[in-house]
Design a protein around this ligand. Structure first.
Ligand SMILES: [Cu+2]
Length: 159
């Protein structure tokens, strides 16, 4: 239900260029960034910490990732900060759309396989299979957090 509402909001907010565009995937089809993976197929675990810093920034550590196409990764994510944070993995234009929706509707929660929201001190994981080469983003879309530094790049090698 929440996911459906989110989909409608994103559609409503999409710019004409995006709405009329021919971006890979399209509505209801495979995501360019990949698909939920199976833990038994994972070949690497990447530990990621989310936190605020003493000088007012918010960060992912590490914030750059290099993986290979068709690799399944376990992202073991820990919120070591004092605020709630989230880890969203997606292509850059989807992150931008989602960020705009979150700024309008900050209470919105989502329940997507490519995202996890963690309270202070909590840990969780996302198991993801990267099915396309390219550069993708991770981000925290709690309003203000992206602009405080909470984003990073995932480079997927291979075509
Ligand atoms: Cu955050």
């Amino acid at each position: 239900m929440k996911a459906q509402i989110f989909g409608l909001l994103v559609t409503a907010l999409a710019t004409p260029a995006l709405a009329g565009g021919n971006h890979a995937g399209g509505h209801g089809e495979a995501m360019a960034v990949g698909e939920p993976g199976k833990k038994a197929k994972a070949t690497q675990t990447i530990r990621v910490t989310m936190k605020e810093t003493g000088d007012g920034k918010m960060i992912f550590t590490p914030s750059t990732f290099k993986v290979r196409k068709d690799q399944t990764i376990v992202f073991a994510i820990r919120n070591a900060g004092e605020l709630e944070h989230e880890f969203v993995l997606d292509q850059e234009d989807k992150i931008t759309e989602h960020k705009a929706v979150m700024e309008k509707f900050p209470e919105m929660e989502h329940d997507d396989p490519n995202a996890i929201r963690l309270a202070a001190g909590e840990s969780g994981e996302i198991i993801w299979k990267f099915t396309n080469g390219g550069t993708f983003k991770i981000a925290c879309l709690v309003p203000g957090h992206y602009d405080a530094g909470m984003h990073g790049d995932v480079t997927v090698a291979g075509k």
